[in-house]
Design a protein around this ligand. Structure first.
Ligand code: HEM
Length: 153
């Protein structure tokens, strides 16, 4: 298990009101580990891999952008500026099932990189965004994979 920098911050987005939260394992370093490990899995996935490889000629800028996205989302660093929904609207091959598979790989990766409670923060954000996208793109019903940790929230 890798040692990550301790980074104690408040993360108001996903926590119930009044509950102070200490993020034990969230840092730029661990977010980088998450992003690189997750997209490594994505690239090897039979259904998800081609959707990405058809659109991403050079992975480094995408991975760096995703680090800024998760840094902004979980640590409120403001490093990401972009609009994910229009970007995904432009991808023709999306389906609710593909989002299910994306979340499944994401939960697997967060559970390896973060403490259980920190993984639940990432999972909750990813799940909410996936639900919003599936709804906005009119893709039908999103099945939430096992392992989100959201049932503990
Ligand atoms: C089936 C599921 C998904 C697929 C196939 C997918 C695919 C992609 C692809 C191909 C890109 C790069 C597009 C481009 O640069 O032209 C992208 C960008 C991005 N994705 Fe996804 N995505 C999925 C789900 C999600 C989810 C659930 C989230 C959020 C938790 C997310 C967040 C982002 C963000 C932040 C970007 C960068 C947008 C920008 O350019 O600012 N994606 N995605």
């Amino acid at each position: 298990m890798t040692q990550f920098e301790k980074n104690e911050i408040n993360l108001p987005l996903t926590e119930r009101k009044g509950k102070a939260l200490q993020a034990e394992s969230i840092s730029e370093t661990s977010i980088r580990e998450l992003v690189y490990a997750f997209y490594d899995r994505i690239q090897k996935h039979p259904n998800l891999g081609p959707v990405f490889s058809e659109r991403i000629p050079d992975w480094t800028p995408h991975l760096e952008k995703m680090c800024t996205f998760w840094s902004s989302a979980t640590m409120r660093t403001g490093r990401y500026s972009g609009r994910p929904l229009p970007v995904h609207r432009g991808i023709p091959d999306l389906s609710a099932e593909l989002y299910h598979e994306w979340l499944d790989l994401f939960y697997q990766t967060t559970s390896e990189v973060f403490t259980e409670s920190d993984a639940a923060i990432f999972n909750a954000m990813a799940t909410r965004m996936a639900q919003n996208m599936v709804h906005a793109l009119d893709l039908g019903e999103l099945r939430i994979p096992k392992g989100s940790g959201l049932d503990r929230a």
